[in-house]
Ligand binder design. Structure first.
Ligand code: AMP
Length: 286
């Protein structure tokens, strides 16, 4: 079925009215468009989690810093709508910036992400999570889904959204979905479209480093970081922003058990992020 397209909050409410009346649970996937198979997996998960699937496509200006790629971020609404139709999406919400920011993008209240918004991605992109949490909070208020699905690709974002939902008592289940990768390991991202062929090869250092780190997990935290760093060192074209090993909620360096290894780096003009979960053994730690 062709999805309904809503450009305003009023149109979305109209499209969802029958589901609201029937109290059908809505499963919701927020995106910035340029949909790929990573988004596709989220949509398929959404299909299993709600009677009604809503997707939003909104390139959110407030999460881009000065000099970042807001202006050139890939936009392809026709292809996105075709994918939404193929995945059985019921409603696509495509608001304008004016609709989302009635006081302008520099005006009105914003959501402060707190301490954990200042590390990792927040260290390099100080206003990023403020923009992300603000738009996600608005979108959740508009769509009012029973469940919202976010990819682990943006791991810190997922952690901060869980924090926000808990802190602001938002009534939604946040569901995390695993990272979808190319066969060679590269995590799917709308920004991969920026990469030249040689850059795409160089970008593989990120996922290879993460896998090498994960493979060294039996040796403890220091071994993980050493193994990952060794891979990154072989590809100097990747300008590494951070390589970090933390506990799953990004609070402290892990000693033993579940941990997350996260990396960010610039390949040419393109900034890429990736991460992997692993289980640490403290036996060989030094
Ligand atoms: P974006 O359009 O990049 O803002 O992403 C929208 C949602 O898709 C976010 O929850 C992302 O974490 C998720 N996502 C993006 N790429 C992937 C991927 N390769 N695998 C799984 N989820 C992804």
């Amino acid at each position: 079925m062709i999805p309904s397209i809503a450009e305003t909050v009023a149109e979305l409410e109209e499209a969802l009215m029958p589901s609201r009346l029937a109290m059908s649970p809505v499963a919701y996937v927020p995106t910035m468009g340029a949909l790929h198979d990573g988004h596709g997996a989220l949509l398929q998960t959404a299909r299993t989690l709600g009677d009604v699937v809503v997707v939003s496509i909104f390139v959110n200006p407030t999460q881009f810093g000065d000099g970042e790629d807001f202006g050139r971020y890939p936009r392809n609404l026709d292809a996105d709508l075709a994918r939404c139709e193929a995945e059985g999406v019921d409603v696509v919400f495509v608001p304008s910036a004016e609709e989302m920011y009635p006081f302008g993008i520099d005006g009105g209240p914003m959501v402060d992400p707190g301490e954990r918004g200042t590390i990792l991605e927040g260290g390099s992109r100080p206003t990023h999570f403020r923009g992300v949490l603000t738009v996600v909070c608005k979108l959740l208020s508009i769509v009012r889904p029973a469940r919202a699905i976010f990819g682990e690709k943006d791991y810190q974002q997922l952690v901060l959204i869980r924090d926000m939902v808990r802190t602001l008592f938002l009534s939604v289940d946040v569901v995390g979905a695993p990272i979808v990768r190319e066969l060679d390991g590269l995590a799917l991202s709308s920004r991969n479209a920026y990469l030249t062929a040689p850059e795409r090869q160089q970008a593989l250092a990120l996922s290879r480093a993460l896998y090498a780190g994960r493979d060294a997990a039996d040796g403890g935290a220091a071994a993980v970081l050493r193994a990952a760093q060794a891979v990154l060192d072989t590809v100097p074209e990747v300008d590494v922003d951070y390589l970090a090993l933390t506990d799953p909620v990004l609070e402290a360096p892990p000693q033993k058990g579940d941990a997350r290894l996260l990396v960010a780096g610039r390949v040419g003009a393109t900034r890429l992020i990736d991460n992997v979960g692993l289980t640490l053994d403290d036996a060989g730690d030094d």
